[in-house]
Design a protein around this ligand. Sequence first.
Ligand SMILES: Nc1ncnc2c1ncn2[C@@H]1O[C@H](COP(=O)(O)OP(=O)(O)OP(=O)(O)O)[C@@H](O)[C@H]1O
Ligand SMILES: [Mg+2]
Length: 374
Amino acid sequence: MRVPLKDSFRVLRDPVAGIWVRRAAEGGRLDRGLGARLFGGDVAVDLGTANTRIFVRGEGVSLFEPSVVTVEVATERLLAVGAAARKMLGRAPGNIAVVRPLRRGVIANFELTAQMLSHFISQVRRPLLSSLIGPRVVVCVPSEATRVEIRALREAVEFSGAREVFVVEEPLAAAIGAGLPVSEPRGSMVVDLGAGKTEVAVISLGGIVTRSFIRIGGEDLDRAIATYIQREHKLTVGPVSAERLKMELGSALPPGEERSVEVRGRSLLSGFPQTITVSGGEIREAIGVQVEAIVAAVRDTLDRTPPDLASDIMDVGMVLTGGGALLRRLDERLRRETGVPVHVADDPLECVTLGAGRALEEMDHHHSSLLPGD
Ligand SMILES: Nc1ncnc2c1ncn2[C@@H]1O[C@H](COP(=O)(O)OP(=O)(O)OP(=O)(O)O)[C@@H](O)[C@H]1O
Ligand SMILES: [Mg+2]
């Protein structure tokens, strides 16, 4: 199955401005008609544990930044946001705190999330428009978020100047973004593997029929790698190095060719910097428990799915989205352990944002997927 992702964004009708907009041929920005220039500016926001992405109506995904801020500890003044702040992770002096204001897809620090979001939204909207009319905003929420957590997200979005806020459940947005036929009376299955959580959903007729949510994501794999290296090599490595090891060596099944890479850290024995060599087999062992938990969640969701929908999924397969979908051979592992065909979405890191963006652009069509934010 081909997942027809961004194709649908090439030519689409903007229902509010009533004009056709067109994506530039080579992955560039959309050419926007007069209507979109006048009434555009509505946005869809995916506030992820690791990354924030913003889809601007009529333009596409216009911002992709790490969900990180740096703050001066004494004054609580915001110093840097996004990529500039992430560069300081593990490298900041004592008077500067590097903070990830979201945890497992929900707000851990309201003030900083609100300030970060305001900063990002101001970057994608032209100053004149933002001062005249606030945007309508679709914001993604984890499917297990509580009412209090959803309210906090909505208030953070309102703080950034939104005129109206809608929420969409992340697995539904992921499925829409992956081009699955969510509105049809047919089972579609999506596994969204984020940094702080993994969500599995079977969708039919625009709603989630069966779901699983586990508090395991890419950051847990990074932590497991750091713990393994500390235990086996007596070396402390930072989160950035652990993530790099995961991306370079991580795999859910043995790959054809085993590789090794060097990593630097601080020796627990001498206290000095030290470089060691780590193999792919070690990383596989380090993340084994977490990968198994993800596989079990997928299996469990399938087990609980009504037979007719399960049979649709046997035919068309499941789609993996989120950064974790890029873990080598995870698709093959899931295929072997469930017997269901598995596809990695074209653009896994942007699926949720694209889906929320499409819900925004086709508000009437996806109306049942969108809920007022309270
Ligand atoms: N090639 C790769 N292999 C394995 N993991 C990867 C790869 N590329 C990115 N990731 C991981 O994907 C995660 C980021 O994915 P994503 O942006 O979908 O998460 P998020 O939306 O911010 O988090 P969440 O949905 O849990 O709130 C990070 O943990 C990152 O390490
Ligand atoms: Mg996500």
